[in-house]
Design a protein. Structure first.
Ligand code: KIV
Ligand code: NA
Length: 268
């Protein structure tokens, strides 16, 4: 059954935790869909994770659309969310144009960072579902750091969350926030919160797929590696190289041979 934004929002009331994961390509989308991930998310983290960029601010609309279209082909029932990249929502009109490109490319909803209530209202009025993102926001902070650690900052974060909810966001991503603060915000909001590095008390969790698969060099507190991609990929590639060099690959069962009659004719 197709997971609409309403269905995902209702999971909060039903006490069901929401799973969300970043996804940047077709085969990974097929696996996430098969595993039943609720929200498959083409994040602008595609830049640093898949394209070798230094920062999120280098990611363009064209980058996002290219990956979104690939992921779309692998998604069936999951909610497909796309991240609006840096400077793609500077005014409400620019935001609407770009959000419509995402919807045309198959996104069900778009996410944007920060206190952008006017843009949220404008997109919502034009029938586009918007997801918010507060706490650490990579498009405007250059160094990852915990947000909302002091009483004043925590209060401000809660006010921002309530104000974005009022503007119309359907879900709120909280990134790098102490878990007590994320928990309190989750209690105060009617809409679900989805946390990354925001502790145990959010209504759902989001992770970067590269981190979870063990593709990343960095070791982060909030990450659990469920696979060891680095090691298995290196070993596979190294074994292939060694076997080709030593004449061990291909072997007999990797080759096709001619019919014996045809072979005789060919040799003649
Ligand atoms: O782009 C991304 O991966 C994100 C998540 C960290 C929420 O915005
Ligand atoms: Na992002």
């Amino acid at each position: 059954m197709k997971k609409t934004i309403e269905l995902v929002m209702n999971m909060k009331k039903a006490g069901k935790r929401i799973t969300m994961l970043t996804c940047y390509d077709y085969p990974t989308a097929v696996m996430q869909e098969k595993a039943g991930v609720d929200v498959i998310f083409v994040g602008d983290s595609v830049g640093t994770n898949m394209l070798g960029y230094e920062s999120a601010v280098e990611v363009t609309m064209d980058d996002m659309l290219h990956h979104l279209k690939a992921v779309r082909r692998g998604v069936k029932d999951a909610l497909l969310l796309a991240d609006m990249p840096y400077r793609s929502y500077e005014t409400d009109e620019i935001a609407l144009q770009n959000a419509r490109l995402f919807i045309q490319a198959g996104a069900d909803a778009v996410k944007l960072e920060g206190r952008e209530e006017l843009v949220v209202e404008y997109l919502t009025k034009n029938n586009i579902d918007v997801v918010g993102h507060l706490g650490f926001t990579p498009q405007t902070h250059d160094k990852a750091s915990v947000q909302g650690k002091t009483f004043e900052q925590a209060k401000e974060l809660l006010e921002s969350a309530l104000s974005l909810e009022k503007a119309g966001i359907k879900l709120l991503v909280l990134e790098m926030v102490p878990e007590e603060v994320a928990g309190l915000i989750s209690k105060q909001l009617k809409i679900p919160t989805i946390g990354i590095a925001a502790g145990r008390y959010c209504d759902g969790q989001v992770q970067v797929i590269n981190d979870l698969l063990g593709m990343t060099q960095r070791k982060l507190v909030h990450v659990k590696e469920y696979a060891d991609y680095k090691t298995s990929t290196f070993q596979a590639v190294k074994s292939y190289k060694d076997e080709v060099e030593n004449g061990l690959f291909p072997e007999k069962n990797n080759v096709r041979i001619m019919d014996s009659g045809e072979l005789q004719e060919f040799k003649a």
